[in-house]
Write a protein that binds this ligand. Structure first.
Ligand SMILES: N[C@@H](CCC(=O)N[C@@H](CS)C(=O)NCC(=O)O)C(=O)O
Length: 212
């Protein structure tokens, strides 16, 4: 497998965590978003959407991190990222969707570039924009963690799940946009518990070959 990834990309980060949790290796193919390598024709031939990540498996290109992670779960069911019970699965998927559907997309690089170029947003304005949507999502995520008395450190249950796969990269993004994380103590606890696991450590942005 080849993983097209950028070290600081949250969606690449979530896929790296999922691969590590499943015990799967992939050759790292760096795509530098800073130099807009993703907008070049060679990468467009891999992913017409010109976004990372992409996972190439025996010549077949998989795109969209939610679809790739679901594919991994189906092809490599153990260890499971989703609980068995349908209600619990819906809960874990909802936690993941807070990040994947409602936080990350509005803070993506191309959105921020548009705000900079079309609306003259400076760094403070960009941080305020990202902080607004991260805070809205994290307030809800924290409330859902608080309402679950059966959690043991992680977002759900006693081990890492799909929810943690999504949450941890978004915490990294929040730090980058200088969001004060202290108001979400349960989210911080999840970060610490996951950060103790090798699968999460090896997936971290600064542990990647293209980190700089
Ligand atoms: N929904 C897609 C989003 C992928 C995505 O937006 N990737 C970002 C990096 S985190 C990217 O490539 N951005 C390039 C840009 O915005 O120019 C997924 O989950 O794979």
């Amino acid at each position: 497998m080849q993983l097209y990834s950028f070290f600081r990309s949250g969606t690449s980060h979530r896929l790296r965590i999922a691969l590590n949790l499943k015990g799967l290796d992939a050759q790292y193919m760096p795509v530098d978003l800073r130099t807009e390598a993703h907008l070049r024709d060679d990468f467009k031939a891999i992913n017409p959407q010109q976004l990372v990540p992409a996972l190439v498996v025996d010549g077949q290109v998989l795109i969209q991190s939610p679809a790739i992670i679901e594919w991994l779960e189906e092809k490599h069911p153990t260890p499971a990222l989703l609980p068995r019970d349908a209600d619990a699965r819906a809960h874990v998927r909802a936690l993941a969707a807070i990040v994947g559907c409602d936080i990350h997309p509005v803070n993506n690089r191309r959105i921020l570039e548009y705000l900079r170029k079309q609306f003259g947003a400076d760094t403070d304005a960009i941080n305020a924009w990202c902080g607004t949507w991260i805070s809205a999502g994290f307030d809800a995520y924290e409330a859902l963690l608080a309402a679950d008395p059966q959690r043991e450190g992680f977002s759900f249950g006693a081990g890492p799940s799909l929810a943690d796969v999504y949450l941890v990269p978004q915490i990294e993004g929040a730090r980058r946009f200088q969001v004060d994380l202290s108001r979400w103590p349960r989210i911080m606890e999840v970060d610490a518990v996951c950060g103790a696991l090798d699968a999460f450590r090896r997936a971290a942005p600064m542990a990647q070959p293209d980190a700089s």
